[in-house]
Each structure stands twice: as structure tokens, then as C-alpha cells.
Design a protein around this ligand. Structure first.
Ligand code: ARG
Ligand code: GLU
Length: 726
């Protein structure tokens, strides 16, 4: 026992320098200080200066936040932008109709004039990042109650933003890092005229759909192209007919050299959210309690929706995007549980915590400050466990029932009327009316009623009595404990489901409209579910969460002070980061080892004629048959996707994948299922990001779509081959 403990501790000390070396989502402005030697040892040929510089054009000037939910990159001097198909999908969908079915057939603008306008779509460049921790934390003390602390920091952040040095067309925001121990100011530039240039057919851009989602080996050409337009003086501007293609500070060169195993790769983008510094008890709760509960809820909901989608073509179209989004996290959480279990994530955290505690106790000053931290964290997570589960139950279940979403919007109207009378009602109507009508466009009462039935049963049967709405229980009782007759009653008032009948209510004088709204029975039930949750869960949960936030913040600070031999990177928070690693296959499970790349051969093996997920367009089949790959294939092989050890997460979709020279070699779009726990505990043995090879992207643009004008805009390089020639 003692022996194994020592061996494990030894491993713990060595591991950070070996296999875990690729972990991390690093701040680009700190690469020079923290990561450059390691990046060079992995094969990087450029300097940290070339990645982030405020004095001259650097790679960061070619990377944008795409609409706030994905990443994109500039690939020509004319503002051409590359991102994922699933990131640009909304735009493609909005321009699609039965006559111009761009989702099915793809879209390629033949010239600038045919590039399509997208209202509301924007891209944001990062101009500069400054450390403002001192100013943001000015006046903050350790004893402050959380709410007071936050109020003060908010004030400080506003001051910082107000005084930030920037041009008039630029914006500023401040964000907290390391659980609120550090703060950075971001100066940004946002362009709001972003036009759709091209997208492949869904059979390429979303090849394999849900079956292949999160799965390796993958054969998806998950890309689309846009163009940034600017005012005549090249500044950010709202859409205008005479806007011109934006001339960027920097655009990425595209390398057609391709990748080999162990090649250096770097992903530059906007990862959304990770929680890498959670205390072990929290991770154990996610693994054994919260993820399984959320998975079980989604499993039931997906089953119901799938049943309807299979038998009704209209429902299939209405629910496709919703289904995909419920399924996306459902599948990810399953991989997360599997990965945490298989790599013993919790045991590893415990070992790390034991080492932390040992060091703390060995130092008088640390012992004084941090001696109780681990015990306090244990106690706090034990205390929050039940409430956190109740929170997940409530949010997961109520979010699946769309009638509840309608009820929430109507409720907001009646509340606004109670508070601010007619004026309040009319103000709120501007939000609620369009929200409800857009929901109803993709809604089937029959599907939702069935979803409600199974959700309500879980809500009642799987929870402690005190978390369950008494009003719902009365209704259930009056329905002889039958969930289907309960659903029958709540869904019988069809006025809730048609735009016309709701609009008629909205057109009445507010006082009358409120009476009509309050007459809906469903509203009474959902209101009580909400207030039951607020009373029995939320009040305690918020208090406990406040204390956990404070403990995790102190724990973060303590780790950075005590575990000096470890390099810390901040959790993802939607800000610009660099992650690096190498191209590499992985062993998924006993005896199952995956190669690092896929090709057209494998794509064609998946081909199922006419299938919803695995059909292949005829043109692509012909190109394959003739091995007509142009300069994009190599020795009769057309590469499609590859994987590497880069540490990525949601939001990194569309991120550029760069080689050691900073050239574009791929486009990030997913992770492998077995490694999705990298959001909580990255493990280089099975965590891989999935990228589409840039050669496949260009092959599709050029040979498949014939959009050669776009390839001609790009700067194409062959760094390795030119090296050999020399
Ligand atoms: N799993 C990827 C991500 O998290 C892709 C999701 C879109 N594709 C899909 N088939 N649902 O966003
Ligand atoms: N598909 C994800 C996205 O939309 C990226 C995959 C991941 O979570 O790593 O950002």
C-alpha cells in the first residue's frame, strides 16, 4: 500500500512534464513567458511574438470570435473567413428555401455581388489584452460577503472600461480569470457586415450527422465560408450596399503539405467553458450523480422526439436542430463519465490534493491561511450535492418541455403588468411575442405533450417530495395518477399553441390580456413548479454556491502559491486562447487503437445511398472513382480528417489549426468521445481534438464546387516541400 502510494506520488510529479504536457488553454499574450520553449521543443518554428503582438500584425489578428459562439479565421487579403459548417448553419438555413435548398445542395457565391447578407451576424477581433487585476480588485478584502465583493468588482470593471485607451470604433470588456483571482481587459473590434460566401451540401458539411458526432474515425467536411465587409475606410460598419471587402491586418497562409504523426499543431480560438480546477468531490458528483441524471432525462426526451421524427417528415424538419442540440450534450456527457472513470480522474485529483495538503501543512504561513481549505471544500460539496441534483433535474426537465417555455414568456407578461402596468406589459410584449412566435414555428403540440408525460413522471418519481410542485401533484391526483391524462388536461387548451390565438390575446388591452393569460391551466402548474423550485432549492443552493465560489477561488489562489512546479492556465471563459500539441492517434479501449487520419476511402466505406446521415453526393463519388484530387491528394489518397492532442472545447469550433510555421493546416470541429472529460480533467492518453484537413476543404471548394476564385484569393504555401527542394 505504502509502496504504491509512493510510486503514484512519484508519477504525479513526473507526469506533468511528460504525458500531460499538452494540456492547457493558454493566454496568447503570455506564451512568450510561459510556453515558448515547450512549443519549440514540440516543433514550433515561429516565435511567441509572431502569435501575439500589439506592435505589429501577428497571427491573433487573423482569428475572430464568430458570432460569439464559434471561432473563425481570415484566409485572404480580401477578408475571406473560414469557420465550421455547423457554425454557419443558421445563415445557410436562413437563406434556404424549397427552390434554393442551400442546406441540401450547398451554396457558392459566384462573385462579390452574390455573397449573402446575414442580419445579426458579427465577428470580433481582439486588438489587445491587458492585465488589470490590480485595478479590478481594488478595495476588495478577503472577508467581504460575495455579493458586496461582486458589486465592488463590477464598479471597478466599469471604471476600467471607461478609462481604457481605444479608438472610437473599438469596444472594451473586462473578464475574470482563475476563479476571480485575476482580471484582463480586452480591446476588441466588431464587424457587423459578414456575408455568406460558400457552404458545401449538408451531406458533406454534416456527413455522418448524429451517429458520427463526437466520434472518431470521422469523415465530415465541417466548413463554410464568409466574408467580412467594412466601410470604405476599412473600419467596422453596419451593413451597407457600398461596404467593401475588409482588408485585414493579417491573413493566414494555407499549407498543402499535410500532416504526419507527431507533427506540432496549435489551435487558436475562443473556447467557451471548462472547469479544470474543481475539487475532487465535485468531479465525483458530476461523474456519479449529475451527468447520469442529465443523461437519463435526455435519453427519455430524445426517445420521444425520435419516435415522432421517424414517422412524420414535417416533424423531422421541425425538430432536427433541436434534436441535434439535445443529443450533442447528451452524447458528450456519456463520453465524459466514461473518460473520467477510465482514466481514474477522481483518484488523480485526490492524489494531487494530498500533495497540496502535505505542502500546506509543512509551511506555517500556508497552514494558517489554507490549512482548512480541503476540509471546507469537502463539507461544502457534501452540503450542496442534493441541491445541485435538484437544480439539474429542474433545469433539464423544464427546458425539454416547450409548453413551459411558452408559459415562462406569458408569465413574464403578467409579472410586468403587475409591476409596471400597461407600460410594463407593452415593453415586455416586444420580447415575449417574437420569442413565442419563433418557438411555435418549430413546434408540435403532440410531440411536446408526449415529452411532458415522460418528463413529469421523472420529475415526480425521481425526486424528494419537497422539491415537487404541490399543484402538479393535485392535478396528477385528479387525473387518477395517470401522466397521460394529466398531459391531456394541460394540453387541451389549444389557444396556447397557435400564433393567431395568442396574437389575438396580445392585441387586447393589457388588463384583459392578463385575464385571458391567467385562464390557462398549464400556466398555474408551471408557475407552481417554478416557485416550488425557488423556495425549496434555489434559496439554499445560491447560498451554498456563494460559499463554494469563495472556497474554489481561495483554492485556486492557494494552488498557484503552493504548487509552484505546476504551470497554471485559466479555465476557458470565452476568451482568446492558444492550445498546442501534436498529431497523434490513441488507444480508445482494450485492443482498440485509432490511427491519426482518415481519407476518402473510409468516407466511401460509410456511404449508404439515400441515407439521411451517410449519403454521398454524386459528384464527390465521381471524383473519388477517378481519384481526381488535383494537388490536394497525395499518391491517390485524399485525406479528410485528423486528430491531435490539442486541448479544446465548445467554442473552439471553427478554430484554425496551425503548423509549426503558423500556416493553416486544418479546421477544428469536434473532440473524440472517449476524451470529452477534458473539460474537467484533461488526459493526454485519450483526449483528442478532431479537425478537417485543409486539403479536403480546398478540394471540396475547388474540385467539387468549382469555386476556384476563392482558392485563388488564398496564399498557398508548401513549407516542407520547398525545404526539401533547397
Ligand atoms: N460535437 C460538435 C460540437 O460540440 C459538433 C456539433 C454539431 N454537429 C452535430 N451533429 N450535432 O459542437
Ligand atoms: N463542436 C464543438 C463546438 O461547436 C467543438 C467540439 C468541442 O466541444 O471540443 O465548439
Amino acid at each position: 500500500m505504502k509502496y504504491t502510494k509512493h510510486v503514484l506520488l512519484l508519477l504525479l510529479i513526473i507526469i506533468p512534464f511528460l504525458s500531460r504536457a499538452d494540456e492547457g488553454m493558454w493566454l496568447p499574450q503570455l506564451l512568450g513567458k510561459l510556453n515558448e520553449p515547450r512549443m519549440k521543443s514540440l516543433g514550433m518554428k515561429i516565435r511567441a511574438e509572431d502569435i501575439y503582438s500589439i506592435n505589429r500584425g501577428s497571427l491573433k489578428d487573423a482569428v475572430v470570435s464568430f458570432g460569439g459562439f464559434c471561432t473563425g479565421e481570415i484566409i485572404s487579403s480580401k477578408g475571406l473567413l473560414l469557420t465550421n459548417h455547423h457554425c454557419g448553419f443558421d445563415a445557410v438555413q436562413n437563406h434556404s428555401s424549397l427552390e434554393n435548398n442551400y442546406i441540401r445542395d450547398g451554396f457558392w457565391a459566384k462573385d462579390y455581388a452574390s455573397e449573402l447578407i446575414n442580419k445579426g451576424l458579427f465577428v470580433t477581433f481582439i486588438v489587445r489584452i491587458d492585465d488589470v487585476s490590480k485595478a479590478a480588485l481594488n478595495g476588495v478584502s478577503a472577508q467581504m460577503p460575495e455579493a458586496d465583493r461582486q458589486r465592488l468588482i463590477d464598479q471597478n470593471m466599469n471604471e476600467i472600461k471607461k478609462n481604457a485607451k481605444k479608438e472610437s470604433a473599438q469596444d472594451a470588456f473586462v473578464r475574470g480569470f482563475f476563479e476571480g483571482n485575476q482580471y484582463y481587459l480586452f480591446i476588441t473590434e466588431t464587424f457587423r457586415d459578414v456575408r455568406l460566401v460558400g457552404a458545401p451540401p449538408a451531406a458533406i458539411g454534416n456527413f455522418g450527422k448524429d451517429t458520427d458526432n463526437w466520434v472518431w474515425p470521422r469523415h465530415t467536411g465541417d466548413f463554410s465560408m464568409f466574408r467580412i465587409y467594412a466601410s470604405k475606410d476599412n473600419k467596422p460598419a453596419e451593413y451597407a450596399a457600398d461596404n467593401v471587402p475588409y482588408t485585414p491586418k493579417k491573413s493566414l497562409s494555407v499549407s498543402l503539405d499535410g500532416v504526419a504523426e507527431n507533427d506540432f499543431t496549435m489551435v487558436f480560438g475562443f473556447p467557451g467553458k471548462t472547469t479544470e480546477y474543481l475539487y475532487s468531490a465535485a468531479v465525483e458528483q458530476i461523474r456519479t450523480i449529475n451527468d447520469p441524471a442529465k443523461i437519463a432525462i435526455r435519453d427519455k426526451a430524445l426517445n420521444v422526439i425520435d419516435h415522432y421524427m421517424r414517422k412524420d417528415e414535417t416533424i423531422k424538419i421541425q425538430y432536427a436542430a433541436k434534436y441535434a442540440s439535445i443529443e450533442n450534450a447528451y452524447k458528450k456527457w456519456q463520453g465524459e463519465v466514461l473518460g473520467l472513470t477510465r482514466t481514474d480522474g477522481v483518484a488523480k485529483k485526490k492524489l494531487y490534493e494530498a500533495e497540496f495538503q502535505k505542502r500546506v501543512l509543512a509551511n506555517a504561513a500556508w497552514k494558517e491561511k489554507y490549512g482548512n481549505l480541503v476540509n471546507d471544500l469537502d463539507a461544502a460539496y457534501t452540503a450542496i450535492s442534493l441541491y445541485a441534483l435538484a437544480r439539474d433535474y429542474y433545469t433539464e426537465i423544464t427546458a425539454k418541455i416547450e409548453l413551459n417555455t411558452i408559459a415562462m414568456q406569458l408569465n413574464a407578461l403578467t409579472t410586468a403588468f403587475e409591476k409596471n402596468g400597461e407600460k410594463g406589459f407593452n415593453e415586455r410584449l416586444k420580447i415575449s411575442q417574437p420569442a413565442i412566435s419563433s418557438l411555435l414555428e418549430e413546434f408540435s403540440p403532440a410531440v411536446d405533450k408526449s415529452v411532458f408525460e415522460v418528463m413529469a413522471e421523472m420529475y415526480v418519481k425521481d425526486q424528494q417530495k419537497e422539491y415537487v410542485s404541490p399543484v402538479l401533484l393535485q392535478w396528477l391526483d385528479a387525473s387518477d395518477d395517470s401522466y397521460s391524462s394529466l398531459a391531456g388536461k394541460l394540453y387541451s387548451q389549444s389557444g396556447l399553441f397557435t400564433k393567431a390565438s395568442l396574437d389575438e390575446i396580445f392585441s387586447k388591452p393589457p388588463a384583459e390580456a392578463v385575464v385571458s393569460i391567467n385562464a390557462f391551466d398549464a400556466l398555474k402548474v408551471f408557475r407552481d413548479m417554478q416557485s416550488t423550485y425557488q423556495k425549496s432549492v434555489q434559496v439554499s443552493l445560491n447560498k451554498l454556491q456563494d460559499s463554494i465560489n469563495k472556497l474554489q477561488r481561495t483554492y485556486m489562489q492557494a494552488q498557484m502559491e503552493v504548487m509552484k512546479d505546476k504551470k497554471f492556465y485559466p479555465d476557458a471563459n470565452g476568451t482568446l486562447r492558444v492550445t498546442f500539441g501534436k498529431v497523434q492517434g490513441y488507444t480508445a479501449r482494450d485492443a482498440v487503437k485509432y490511427e491519426y487520419f482518415t481519407d476518402m476511402e473510409g468516407l466511401m466505406e460509410k456511404y449508404k445511398p439515400g441515407d439521411y446521415e451517410f449519403d454521398v453526393p454524386e459528384k464527390l463519388r465521381t471524383l473519388y472513382k477517378n481519384k481526381d484530387y488535383g494537388r490536394y491528394g497525395k499518391n491517390g489518397v485524399m485525406p479528410v480528417c485528423f486528430i491531435a492532442t490539442n486541448h479544446t472545447t465548445g467554442g473552439n469550433s471553427g478554430s484554425p489549426v496551425l503548423d509549426g510555421y503558423g500556416n493553416l493546416i486544418g479546421l477544428n470541429f469536434d473532440r473524440v468521445w472517449e476524451g470529452t472529460m477534458s473539460d474537467i480533467n484533461y488526459d493526454a492518453s485519450i483526449c483528442r481534438n478532431i479537425m478537417v484537413d485543409i486539403r479536403y476543404v480546398l478540394f471540396i471548394v475547388d474540385k467539387f464546387a468549382g469555386a476556384t476564385r476563392l482558392v485563388e484569393e488564398m496564399k498557398i504555401v508548401y513549407p516542407k516541400q520547398s525545404k526539401i527542394k533547397k
